[in-house]
Design a protein around this ligand. Structure first.
Ligand SMILES: C[S@@+](CC[C@H](N)C(=O)[O-])C[C@H]1O[C@@H](n2cnc3c(N)ncnc32)[C@H](O)[C@@H]1O
Length: 345
């Protein structure tokens, strides 16, 4: 082997080992979030000794974890045993406007790690590992675990808080009077739309556990007088008086059959003149390296709910099959999320 070959081989080896270490980093991130390490560092508790006292941890072990987190770009260690936060790590603060604290806790929660242990089941059968490992589907599991459900809703809200502003800015609401956010969770997106568009009223529809915090979110945004919260099953019915029906980050939860059933329910209840707006990721036709987040989500949907991300051609086929005509596709119009506008055919 030449020295060049050896260098290549060492690089490839390191790259693979780093990928394997991803699960170790994810566990460390989840624990750092649980322990509120980022809040403590932000408040000036910076040495591993003080952080260990504040969190009731074993100092030498906490320090090793913080050094791993420094190595992957979450903390900094400007001098031995003293820690800071990178901009990426600062997102673990629970109280900042761009916080991903609940998001991190949710996706690094034991239930997710356990579900992923069933990956082989999903890959062999196409079924959700979550159901196989945890004994019920994710949304009934959340309904039975209200604390986890509140964390899930907060996690969704933290993601939606950023994209909601982008959607409110990217879509033209001038001719819209009434928005229905289907599977709208705690109302974060609806609150952003109503805040940005004083002429618009809205409804957020979700399961009883999904909308549990929506009243508070809409009231806190000062738009409760123009918003209605509806607890229901979107496979059964959706409100029939909207003129814009939004489905954001919901479609990918479901495999094609239930996803088409949801589209048919929308088609059956929405007025002929209404518009459907699907907001989510669009997978490229072929996968290349360098932008793995939507592929992580795609697999996470398989594992958690038996769902999937979709390519544009798949979206089009499903919309056409369920009685819609695609009016426009705006790739990555809201950050990484795309907008697909469809109308009753
Ligand atoms: C991935 S979350 C997305 C929430 C929100 N749209 C967002 O972007 O943050 C999917 C939502 O679908 C809701 N959901 C799942 N099954 C439902 C059903 N049968 N009827 C109504 N809502 C449902 C969940 O409660 C959850 O809030």
């Amino acid at each position: 082997m030449t020295s060049e070959n050896i260098a290549d081989s060492m690089r490839n080896r390191a790259q693979l080992i780093e990928m394997i270490g991803g699960y170790m980093a994810a566990h460390a991130l989840g624990l750092a979030a649980e322990l509120k390490i980022a809040d403590l560092i932000h408040d000036g508790v910076c040495t591993s000794a003080d952080l260990a006292t504040a969190t009731g941890s074993h100092e030498p072990s906490l320090r090793r974890m913080l050094r791993l987190l420094a190595a992957v770009g979450i903390t900094t260690e400007p001098e031995p045993g003293r820690f800071g936060l990178t901009d990426v790590g600062a997102q673990l603060r629970s109280d900042s406007p761009n916080s991903l604290y609940a998001f991190t806790r949710m996706f690094c929660h034991e239930s997710h790690f356990r579900a992923w242990l069933g990956l082989d089941h999903s890959v062999r059968t196409g079924e959700a590992a979550w159901n196989h490992v945890l004994g019920q589907n994710i949304y009934s599991y959340l309904a039975d675990n209200p604390d986890l459900s509140a964390l899930f809703n907060q996690a969704m809200s933290q993601e939606a808080r950023i994209s909601a502003g982008q959607i409110a800015a990217a879509y033209d609401f001038a001719d819209v009077k009434s928005v229905v956010d289907i599977g709208g969770g705690d109302g974060t997106l609806l609150a952003a739309i109503l805040t940005a568009n004083a002429h618009v009223n809205g409804v957020v529809l979700d399961s009883p556990s999904g909308v549990a915090q929506a009243g508070d979110v809409l009231a806190a945004a000062g738009v409760a007088d123009r918003a209605e919260v509806v607890a229901g099953d979107f496979f059964e019915a959706v409100p029939n008086e909207g003129d814009l029906y939004i489905i954001k980050s919901v479609f990918q939860d479901w495999d094609d059959e239930p996803a088409c059933a949801l589209l048919r329910t929308c088609r059956a209840h929405m007025p002929d003149a209404a518009t459907l707006l699907i907001v989510g990721s669009i997978l490229p036709e072929t996968a290349t390296s360098g932008d793995p987040i939507m592929f992580y989500t795609d697999m996470n949907m398989l594992v958690n709910s038996g769902g999937r991300e979709r390519t544009e051609s798949r979206f089009r086929a499903m919309l056409e099959e369920t009685g819609f005509a695609v009016r426009s596709v705006s790739p990555r119009a809201a950050g990484p999320l795309s907008l697909i506008e469809a109308v009753p055919a």
